[in-house]
Ligand binder design. Structure first.
Ligand SMILES: Cc1cc2nc3c(=O)[nH]c(=O)nc-3n(C[C@H](O)[C@H](O)[C@H](O)COP(=O)(O)OP(=O)(O)OC[C@H]3O[C@@H](n4cnc5c(N)ncnc54)[C@H](O)[C@@H]3O)c2cc1C
Length: 329
């Protein structure tokens, strides 16, 4: 593979903005993400939720924000490596070589790690044949509300995501029921009230013990967590929202200074490894806020410092985009 100026590990909102900025500064860019799609948490965790704290957007759907960030972040043609986890890091004479889970080597001069909470995977219910139903009526989130149109949907969980999906799917689904192992919830009180007034059926003190259906979900067996009594409930779809496990995984082995699962950086977003930066949710420093608005600022700083490492004659300050030739100004 060609050695690029900067490799961005993680194509979430912060990594995408880093890719845009590096492209704008004339750097060659490679984005690596373990997910099959760009967008990070916006796309994977809450595509149908509105985000209200983006500058210039009074309210924007997370999936629309992700697609605008993808458009902006890929306009200078970065190489995009998807479905590949960055597993190993080795320093070499010209910078670093990353090795992907696919066994390929990715040489680079500098690195911006924007890996969020690490490669994440949904918590499973833990019942027999669960894997075989994934994509056949069982999902761990909602990619598109339209997939649930006219369906009898069971949502499993008692947190914000479970309640948000109950609220969002209710207008399109035939019926929405919410299954939770207790009678207390970890969602916002207002959302709980909204869901309760919609007529969503609550199945409380229940856990899923079995999944039924030939090739596609047709029902579940629920067990009462107190009495252990079971009941069979018919449904067309099960949406599991009982959390995500995330781990920095291989990144922890790269010799970086890590505190509480986050990479420690200085005021220039530099890690303890020369030419390696960390930005967005994955980094920590005094006063760190895990927000997109602050993460993209960190990305700008990291990219501009990386630029001066690659080209010592380059200025740290990028100039104003409104004056730049590449945008036709
Ligand atoms: C329900 C919910 C609502 C939210 N609402 C808001 C909001 O309203 N406003 C706001 O500012 N923030 C909000 N956030 C937080 C916001 O989503 C995060 O701050 C933001 O996504 C962080 O962006 P990031 O690019 O740093 O990381 P992420 O979005 O987490 O992206 C990291 C990417 O790195 C990839 N990755 C990780 N490890 C590797 C590896 N080793 N190799 C390759 N790829 C890897 C992951 O697959 C992922 O795609 C919300 C979060 C949640 C869960």
């Amino acid at each position: 593979m060609e050695r690029v100026d900067v490799t961005i590990i993680g194509g979430g909102p912060v990594g995408l903005f880093a890719a845009f900025y590096a492209g704008m500064r004339g750097m060659s860019v490679r984005i690596i993400d373990s997910l099959p799609e760009l967008g990070g948490q916006l796309t994977a965790l809450y595509p149908e939720k509105y985000v209200y704290d983006m500058p210039g957007f009074p309210g924007v759907l997370a999936k629309d924000l992700a697609s605008a960030l993808v458009q902006q972040g890929t306009q200078f043609g970065p190489e995009t490596v998807l479905d590949v986890c960055a597993e190993a890091l080795a320093q070499d004479a010209e910078g670093y070589t990353l090795t992907g889970a696919n066994g390929r080597a990715y040489p680079t001069r500098t690195i911006v790690i924007s890996a969020g909470a690490g490669a994440f995977s949904p918590t499973k219910i833990g019942v027999e044949r669960e894997e075989s139903y994934v994509g056949h009526g069982l999902s761990y989130g909602v990619k598109s509300k339209a997939d649930f149109a006219g369906k009898d949907v069971l949502i499993i969980g008692g947190g914000d995501s479970a309640f948000d999906w109950a609220l969002n799917l209710h207008p399109v689904a035939k019926k929405v029921s919410l299954v939770h192992r207790r009678d207390q919830f970890r969602a916002h009180e207002e959302t709980i009230r909204d869901v309760q007034t919609l007529g969503v059926e609550f199945k409380l003190w229940k856990v899923v013990k079995e999944l039924h259906g030939e090739g596609h979900i047709a029902g579940v067996t629920l067990e009462d967590t107190q009495t252990k009594e079971t009941e069979r409930v018919d449904c067309d779809a099960v949406v599991v929202n009982i959390g995500f496990k995330s781990s920095l995984g291989p990144i922890k082995e790269w010799g970086l200074n890590i505190e509480k699962n986050q990479i420690v950086v200085d005021h220039l977003c530099q890690t303890n490894l020369p030419g390696v930066f960390a930005v967005g949710d994955v980094c920590t420093f005094e006063g760190k806020l895990k927000l997109i608005a602050t993460g993209v600022g960190e990305a700008v700083t990291a990219v501009c410092v990386a630029k001066t490492i690659i080209d010592p004659a380059a200025k740290l300050f990028p100039g104003h985009s409104s004056d730049m030739d590449q945008f036709g100004s």
